[in-house]
Design a protein around this ligand. Structure first.
Ligand code: HEM
Length: 257
């Protein structure tokens, strides 16, 4: 009697979408025939209600509201007065980036309806991040256009990094739709999105590490720690998957250790 433990696929039951069936493998019966084994999980109703584009619009609206609440405190007559809005916008965008960046690792390390929901909706969370970053770019653009590049406090290296991050974010956003994703092979799509998330991670981490050199600030310390924690999570999952691959290969080769 043999048993395979891999998850083969997941599907929604058409007439009961809240019931998700997971086919977890095959079991060989005494007569030798294979039989599907399935388990079902109930996705919490509230989480189920907020999926895909509905989630995107909710995130876009929430981030915009949070950012706009800072408008009365800003002074758009100077670069200095505009700076709080530049920082505020990126601070409400980054949590969405962290969620999208860790969704797959969380679903692997702690599988649950919530982490699977996160993974399923990663695209919309990522688009929510891009939307919130559009506020950042708008305030930065306004500041540079009105008061000049030198008043923005950007160094040449910082500006170059920011622009690279911007290019990746735009490319990732444009290729997050079926009509545009079709123009790339799936391998190239994966390469672009994988490189893009690490570039954006690097840009944000570099900026925060740099700013910490000018003094400790609670928010910046927390943001830097979360960015590093997110990277560690991805590395742990990557190492686990590699060692699992190595064990499988050595078992198949008969050299299991
Ligand atoms: C994906 C691309 C980008 C990311 C991830 C990013 C991220 C950040 C972060 C994390 C901060 C610091 C926020 C804080 O201190 O809490 C910041 C500030 C800033 N960013 Fe961006 N940014 C990006 C693109 C850009 C671009 C393209 C520009 C300009 C061309 C720009 C201009 C600025 C400026 C002027 C500040 C304020 C610096 C200061 O006052 O200390 N950023 N950005």
């Amino acid at each position: 009697m043999g048993e395979s433990a891999c998850i083969l696929f997941e599907s929604w039951v058409p007439d009961a979408p809240e019931l998700k069936i997971r086919f977890i493998g095959t079991v060989r019966t005494t007569s030798g025939s294979a039989k599907w084994v399935q388990d079902a999980e109930r996705v919490p109703g509230m989480v189920k209600a907020v999926e895909s584009w509905r989630l995107f619009w909710l995130l876009a609206l929430a981030a915009s509201a949070a950012i706009c609440l800072g408008l009365p405190l800003a002074d758009f007559h100077s670069a200095r007065g505009t700076a709080p809005m530049i920082l505020r916008s990126v601070r409400y965008a980054l949590p969405l980036f962290l969620l999208a960046f860790t969704a797959s690792s969380l679903a692997t390390l702690c599988p649950s309806p919530l982490t699977r929901w996160l993974l399923r909706n990663r695209r919309y969370i990522g688009l929510g991040f891009a939307f919130a970053m559009a506020w950042h770019f708008s305030f930065v653009g306004y500041s540079i256009f009105s008061f000049g590049l030198s008043a923005s406090g950007l160094t040449a290296r910082g500006l170059a990094l920011d622009l690279i991050g911007l290019v990746f974010l735009v490319l990732m956003t444009l290729t997050s739709f079926r009509w545009s994703a079709r123009r790339l092979t799936s391998a190239n799509w994966r390469r672009l999105h994988k490189t893009g998330v690490y570039v954006i991670w690097f840009v944000a981490t570099y900026i925060y590490l740099n700013s910490l050199r000018n003094g400790l600030d609670a928010f910046r310390v927390a943001a830097t720690s979360l960015l590093f924690a997110a990277l560690v999570l991805r590395v742990v999952v990557w190492i686990n998957s590699r060692s699992r691959g190595a064990i499988t290969t050595s078992t198949i080769g008969g050299t299991s250790t």
